[in-house]
Design a protein around this ligand. Structure first.
Ligand SMILES: Nc1ncnc2c1ncn2[C@@H]1O[C@H](COP(=O)(O)OP(=O)(O)OP(=O)(O)O)[C@@H](O)[C@H]1O
Length: 284
């Protein structure tokens, strides 16, 4: 969580004594899509990124720059062509430009999906199950948690996202903002080490976004490591420790919000921010 008032002590400033506690690292990650009857489309071109434990990262950038693809590569919903992904120091994916990609076993992939929670733009809830069952079922299936324990945990999480009173409702009877909060509770139910959010408010009416953003802000304040692909620049400014600007499949700029949003080093970033603030009609 970003705190602009926090200044390093003099000692830390001149002599950092320990390496930052990196939880997730992407190194030289590349991905090319091969759509049928179309030319190959290189989407990630050597993405490098290190995310520290407890850090909130906002990923911004032009449409089609590869933000969602990068996020989907982290939990291997998309398989990178080359590069490596390490979680807590251990490789979850490694491939060289020349050799074949070595992906995880089915078991390791299940473990990865448990440790890396993901929230999508569309909520992906099971429509025939109640809200409570949506949050409970993954715990029973993936963690082997007993149903009573799982339901207790689900209710705690529904309380946390402000939806305890909707436990018995069907997802379709809820607003988009409420459904997204259920999806967040469901992802949290697996006790993930890092949460990925792929434009979590884009499919929600503006007046309902605030509750979702409030929940996400609470998570960041509680120290959850998170990466959020977002067009919500105000949220990025207030909540992110660092902003990563994607352009044409690479990380063009990365730094604290006040640097990337107020003093960007690259003209491309300036141009994007001007275009976005013009479209939104606000100061951000
Ligand atoms: N499965 C796929 N097959 C083919 N092309 C794809 C696939 N997924 C994404 N793409 C293409 O890859 C490019 C990057 O897409 P991606 O969704 O990662 O961009 P983005 O920066 O998240 O964009 P946006 O802000 O519009 O969501 C786009 O041109 C997209 O059409």
């Amino acid at each position: 969580m970003h705190d602009s008032t926090e200044a390093p002590t003099t000692l830390e400033a001149v002599a950092p004594t320990r390496a930052p506690d990196v939880l997730l690292s992407l190194s030289r990650l590349s991905k090319t899509f091969h759509p049928r009857r179309h030319a190959a489309l290189p989407v990630l071109r050597g993405v490098d990124l290190e995310v520290r434990r407890g850090e909130a990262i906002a990923v911004i950038g032009p449409s089609g720059s590869g933000k969602s693809t990068a996020l989907r590569c982290i939990n291997l919903l998309e398989r990178p062509d080359s590069g490596s992904i390490r979680l807590d120091g251990k490789p979850v994916f490694e491939a060289s430009d020349t050799g074949p990609a070595v992906g995880p076993s089915v078991r390791a992939l299940r473990d990865l999906r448990r440790r890396v929670g993901m929230v999508f733009q569309g909520f992906h809830l099971f429509p025939t199950m109640s809200v409570l069952a949506n949050v409970t079922m993954p715990q029973v299936r993936s963690l082997g948690r007993g149903r009573a324990d799982a339901e207790r945990r689900s209710l705690e999480l529904l309380e946390k996202v402000g939806l305890a009173d909707k436990a018995n409702a069907r997802p379709q009877t809820l607003s988009g903002g409420q459904q997204q909060r259920v999806a967040i509770a469901r992802a949290l139910a697996l006790d993930p080490e890092v949460m990925l959010f792929d434009e979590p408010t884009s499919a929600i009416d503006p007046e309902l976004r605030i509750e979702v953003l409030r929940v996400m802000r609470g998570l960041a304040e509680a120290g959850m490591t998170m990466i959020v692909v977002t067009h919500e620049l105000q949220f990025a400014r207030q909540v992110a420790d660092r902003i990563v600007f994607f352009d044409a499949g690479t990380v063009l700029e990365c730094g604290p919000p006040e640097q990337v949003l107020d003093r960007p080093r690259h003209e491309r970033v300036r141009h994007f921010l001007t275009a976005v603030s013009g479209a939104l009609g606000n100061g951000d």
